[in-house]
Every structure is written in C-alpha cells, then in structure tokens.
Design a binder for this molecule. Structure first.
Ligand code: URA
Length: 434
C-alpha cells in the first residue's frame, strides 16, 4: 500500500477498507507516514467525510493503537458518561456520584480544559489534596468500594488519538464529524465500560452550533458504540448559555456540591436527572426513564448522592470538608460585579465568549502547559429570559489578576444581548439518539 494512493482515494470521495485505515493509522503512529501525508488525508476526510463503516474502522484501529482498561473486576454494571464540552459544564461532578448512589458503577476517565471549555480534572483538583492519577487496580478497587471514581487517562490509552488530535489542531481539521466521533468514542471504548451515555452539546458554547449538527455527531457516535458492542445513548442538550451559573474550577465544584445538596440551578439539576435516568436504565436498575428519574431524585433528596461524592473525595485524597464548608475551596481575592448599562430582557448569552472571559481571568489555559488559577472565573447573575435594568449585576468576576478585571467586564458585557421582547425558549434537552 502507498499513503499517496489512500490520500487520493479519499480525496476523490472513495471509501477505505478497514485494512487500509489500519495500515495508514499504524504507519502514522509508528512514524513511517509523515505528518504532511497524514495532514493531507485528514483534510480529505474533512471535505469528503467517512461512511459509518469507515468511521467504525477508524475508531477500532485507534483503540487497538494502545492499551485498554479491563473493568471486569468491577462488581455490577458499568456505565460511562461523556460530554462533548461546554461552558460551566460541571455535570460529571454531580452525575457520577448521583448515578453511583443508585447502584450504577462509574469508572470515569476525564480530561483537562483547553480553550474556552473546562475540564473535569482541573475542577476536581481545586479540592485541596484531590488526586486524579489512579492506577487501574486502584480505580477498580475504588469503584467497588465507593461506586465511582474520576481519574485522568493514561497516555498509553489510544496513543493514536493524541497524535492525530495534535495534527488536527494545527491543520484546521478538528471540526469534522467522523474525526470527532472516532476520537471521542475510541477513548470511551478503550476505557472499558459496558454502556455509554453521551451528552452532545449544541449551541454557542459548543463544538456543534446547531441541534442538527449535534444530531449528526450523536448519530455517528451512537453508530460507533453499537458497532463496538457497547450500548450507547446520546442526549442532545442546549449550550446556548453557560450551564448553571458558575464558570471556573472551584466555583463549579461549589455549585456541584450545592446541586448534590438539592440546592442547585434548575438547568443543571434537570440535565443530571435526564442523563442519570439513561444511566440507571442502561445499568438495569430501572425499567423506564420515569422510574429512573424518580430513583435519582430520591437519592438526591435522601443525601445518598452527596454522601457518595464525599466518599469519592476521601478515597482520592481530597479534603471532604469542602462538602460542608465550600469556603475551603480556593477563592479569588477580587470579586467584582459586571453592571448592565442597558434595559430589557436577556435575549442571548454567547457561552463561548463567557468561556473566553473566564480564561482571561485565569480559569483556563491557552496552551497545555499553562497554569490555571483554581479560584478564578465568573458567576452568572442574569440568565436568558431574565429582565435587566441599568445598574443590575449581569455577573460577578472572580480573579487574582487585578489587571484583567476591565477586560473581563468588557467581554462579559459583549457576550450579553439585551433588548425588547422575549427570547425563544430553548429546552435543556433537544432530543435523544439511541
Ligand atoms: N474531543 C475529543 O476528545 N476529540 C475531538 O476530536 C473533539 C473533542
């Protein structure tokens, strides 16, 4: 085989066989196919797409490029959860212990934040002492004892994705449905759970800007999961404004704890109950979504979900005091309001721009090696549909970078569209692809 011929075949709209995809990916990972040829192939995929069979084959060979986690030592049904990423998306912090408190076994591998979206590992590390590096045996033991664990992914899992993603990132080929779908699903399949619930975000703060684009990604991922023998459900949810109110690592942990106590923002709670209902149904712990939702609501109201969160924090070396005293979480020295200068209703909030403002304040990283400030971020005071008068606070800025306050304020104000009339009401969940 020659890389040239495979690039040409894809460029002309042809379909590669599994053997051809395997040869290409293996050659790239082993350094036999240079970046220039792989970049040309990725661009051909960007324009020509991939069939369902090709996407499943790409995912399979990516999984085979490294080690996989064997979770058979876990007693009970394992269900994983993944979000395609959004702003203020602290769902995993609530959902993982909540589903575990119902009997679902959750061994979740998470990532770090890059760009305008946050990462679950960074959020958890804002809890003093919290350890995200767990060896496989430790992870399995913790899930058997506590019901759940959230840990970082070993570099030995899906090395092909690491190399391909780095190349996509510098060649404008990230935004391709087969490439995103195979990247996400290769990591989920390698992570070993029997079933997978995907939260595919649609809107201004998401990769996919419209529900139709999110549906296409969801269908590709559900197809890959099915081809790999993993029951997979995708929930398409709104990311037209930050989820909940807190954006920034420690601020989001605080909001997750309040949600586990039954005192969280309604959009976050609703999304967790929807995703959780699919998890308990896939685990065979409820016979329908309505009864699954009731079970989850009972575990929240009874305090079991909060207790499981506390046990997870203790098991991973974190300070459980943050559960009762969220003020023990890192706090930014400066807290400054962003004041509205217009009257009307909040018609839209550009979630990506809010994520950008949080980055300027120190909550995110531009490059993988950048340090983040765990206490930095913002709290949204006015959400879509709220009425605003001049002088009202739109948001509160939290930062230790005094010099970034004005830039943060400018970005937050620019993210808001305030005017007459009422905004179209976006649902928390658009649809489910199963
Ligand atoms: N997240 C991933 O893991 N991969 C992509 O390609 C895009 C988002």
């Amino acid at each position: 085989m020659r890389a040239y011929d495979l690039i040409q075949k894809k460029r002309n709209g042809g379909e590669l066989s599994e053997a051809e995809v395997r040869w290409l990916v293996a050659g790239f990972v082993h350094g036999e196919i240079p970046d220039a040829q792989m970049a040309a192939f990725l661009m051909a995929v960007y324009f020509r797409g991939m069939s369902a069979a090709e996407t499943a084959a790409l995912t399979k060979v990516m999984v085979e490029s490294g080690e996989t986690l064997d979770l058979r030592g876990i007693r009970g049904r394992t269900v994983d959860k993944h979000s395609t990423g959004g702003v203020g998306d602290k769902t995993s912090l609530v959902l993982v212990p909540l589903a575990a408190s119902c009997g679902v076994r959750v061994a979740k591998l998470s990532g770090r934040g890059l760009g305008h979206t946050g990462g679950t590992l960074d959020k958890l590390e804002s809890i003093p002492g919290f350890r995200v590096q767990l060896a496989p045996a430790e992870l399995i033991d913790q899930v058997n004892r506590v019901g759940c664990a959230i840990a970082g992914q070993s570099a030995r899992l899906v090395p092909a994705d690491k190399r391909l993603y780095a190349l996509r990132d510098i060649t404008a080929t990230v935004e391709s449905i087969p490439l995103i779908a195979s990247s996400v699903m290769s990591k989920k399949i390698a992570a070993g759970s029997e079933a997978i619930v995907l939260d595919v975000k649609a809107g201004s703060g998401a990769f996919m800007k419209t529900p139709a684009a999110a549906r296409a990604l969801a269908e590709a991922m559900v197809g890959i999961g099915g081809a790999a023998g993993r029951r997979t459900v995708a929930v398409i949810s709104a990311m037209d404004e930050p989820l909940g109110r807190a954006v920034g690592n420690a601020l989001e942990v605080g909001e997750a704890v309040r949600t586990l106590r039954g005192d969280g923002p309604p959009d976050l709670r609703d999304l967790c109950l929807t995703l959780g209902a699919h998890m308990v149904v896939l685990a065979g712990l409820a016979d329908g979504l309505a009864s699954g939702r009731r079970l989850l609501a009972d575990r929240l109201a009874g305090g079991e979900a909060l207790r499981t969160f506390r046990e997870m924090v203790v098991a991973q070396g974190g300070d459980p005091g943050v559960v009762d005293h969220p003020e023990r979480l890192p706090q930014a020295p400066a807290q400054r309001p962003v004041i509205a200068d217009a009257a009307g209703t909040v018609l839209a909030i550009d979630a990506e721009a809010i994520g950008g403002a949080a980055m300027v304040l120190g909550a995110g990283r531009e490059r993988a090696e950048d340090q983040i400030d765990p206490g930095a971020g913002l709290v949204i005071e006015r959400k879509i549909g709220d009425v605003v008068r001049p002088g009202d606070a739109l948001a509160a800025i939290h930062t230790s970078r005094e010099g970034a306050v004005e830039e943060g304020r400018r970005r937050v104000r620019a993210a808001y569209t305030i005017g007459p009339g009422a905004p179209p009401r976006a649902p928390v969940v658009y649809e489910v692809v199963a």
